[in-house]
Design a protein around this ligand. Structure first.
Ligand SMILES: [Cu+2]
Length: 139
């Protein structure tokens, strides 16, 4: 019985260690917002097109080297802790089917948009593949 408990603890510890392991990204990988442009004035619905260089897109849950799926950060900063799966909120939108564009309806005024790629488990890569943050004005 004691041996079983020790084995279970070792297994739990190694699973925890595995979860800490971030998926590597190529150094030249780059994610960017194709449209709208930084500083643009736009109207609803706002079509946002996602660009990616040096990596590929795979749906969430699918393990394939050098891939990930897009997350759109709306009016928010990237989480400080990049070791955890990204939460799904109004401000952190997952595109787990591998989508490369979306349509948003935003309140009039200024908004920020930023893309962050993450792996099959929604955890950002090492190093993080994150776009510049753009600011748009919705009329
Ligand atoms: Cu995700």
């Amino acid at each position: 019985m004691r041996r079983f408990v020790v084995a279970a603890l070792v297994l739990a510890a190694s699973l925890a260690a595995a979860q800490q392991q971030r998926t590597p990204a190529p150094a030249d990988a780059k994610v960017y917002i194709i449209s709208p442009k930084n500083g643009a004035t736009v109207h609803n619905p706002v079509v946002v097109q996602f660009g990616l260089r040096g990596m590929g897109i795979a749906p969430a849950g699918v393990k394939f080297d050098n891939t990930g799926h897009h997350h759109l950060l709306i009016d928010t900063d990237a989480p400080a802790d990049m070791n955890a799966p990204l939460p799904a909120t109004d401000k952190i939108v997952h595109f787990g089917k591998g989508q490369t564009e979306t349509k948003l309806t935003l309140t009039p005024g200024k908004h920020t948009l930023q893309l962050l790629l993450a792996d099959m488990n929604h955890v950002p890569h090492q190093p993080p593949v994150i776009s510049d943050k753009i600011t748009i004005t919705v009329e």
